[in-house]
Ligand binder design. Structure first.
Ligand SMILES: [Fe+2]
Ligand SMILES: [Fe+2]
Length: 299
């Protein structure tokens, strides 16, 4: 998901130093879970309670996940490999947890996206992302970790939003609501891994913030572009109802724009750390309640 034209300083040596001391990586990693859902059975073309905008916005997000999450995995692995041997040992359980969680998300959203393709949707976001990743291959890994940390903040904010507002998944097919909430729970669990690694690598605040500002713009443009394409391909774009749903979803009372703006903006503040934001609500209660729907396959 690396941009090619981002306003990033040439080198950290020339950038202002981080304004806070490096944050120690947590001592324990998190569980890797296999979700018990059968996506091969397929799902309806308006699976989010018949709401075309909500369905196709979330479909768009899902389209970006497999390529994005593979990039996150590769970036974190490459970043840790640059650390001294004793640091690598300390990072090993965190990397295992992070990679295990993201790889499982990747796999299930790959199955989800295969169903979207069967429904006639076309994934352009993945192509755009692949192009950018190829263009950024020669950048220093600290940039890839900065990009990963930026997207991870985005996913953590969206995860908190989904868990906080049941309306986001109102009327969703039960297995799909389960899939999205499980993903949200795990995103909030590992929300600081890439961020902490970035700091340990000596990444500057200026670089971190510049990448985030770029990615914020990119995310808004690409998510809306892919949503619009999905609505067009499904024949929903020209319906006034769809526009009403979109306006309500984004700008209505508790619209996504209002609920996410403040926590997203926090990332632009020098000295920010993801753990300064409140954790997503009821994560452990959700895990407890849905114990029968997943198996822990690794720690
Ligand atoms: Fe994920
Ligand atoms: Fe993640």
């Amino acid at each position: 998901m690396t941009p090619d034209l981002a306003p990033v300083p040439a080198a950290d040596a020339t950038a202002s130093p981080s304004t806070t001391a490096p944050v120690a990586a947590p001592a324990s990693a998190f569980s890797i879970r296999r979700l018990r859902v059968d996506l091969a059975r397929g799902f309806g073309p308006l699976w989010a309670g018949g709401d075309a905008f909500r369905t196709h916005f979330m479909n768009a997000l899902s389209m970006s996940f497999p390529v994005g999450e593979q990039f996150f995995i590769d970036s974190v692995r490459a970043g840790v490999q640059l650390r001294p041997a004793e640091d690598q040992a300390r990072w090993a359980p965190l990397v295992r947890g992070f990679v295990g969680q993201e790889a499982t998300h990747r796999h299930l959203h790959g199955l989800f996206n295969a169903e979207l393709a069967r429904q006639g949707l076309v994934n352009h976001w993945e192509r755009w992302a692949r192009w950018r990743i190829a263009r950024s291959a020669r950048m220093h890994p600290v940039n890839h970790v900065a990009v990963t940390a930026a997207y991870e903040h985005f996913t953590a904010v969206l995860a908190t939003d989904v868990l906080q507002h049941p309306s986001r998944l109102a009327g969703a097919e039960p297995d799909l609501a389960l899939l999205w909430r499980w993903h949200a729970v795990e995103e909030s669990e590992h929300k600081a891994v890439a961020f902490d690694l970035y700091r340990e690598m000596g990444g500057s605040e200026r670089r971190r913030i510049a990448w985030f500002a770029y990615i914020w713009l990119l995310f808004v443009l690409e998510s809306l572009a892919q949503t619009t394409i999905n609505l067009w391909n499904s024949g929903q774009l020209r319906r006034p109802r769809t526009w009403g749903q979109g306006l309500r979803f984004l700008f209505g009372r508790q619209g996504l724009v209002w609920t996410t703006a403040r926590p997203l903006m926090q990332y632009l503040r020098p000295g920010f750390h993801p753990r300064q934001l409140p954790d997503a609500p009821a994560v452990s209660a959700w895990l407890q309640e849905h114990q029968g729907r997943y198996a822990v396959v690794g720690e």
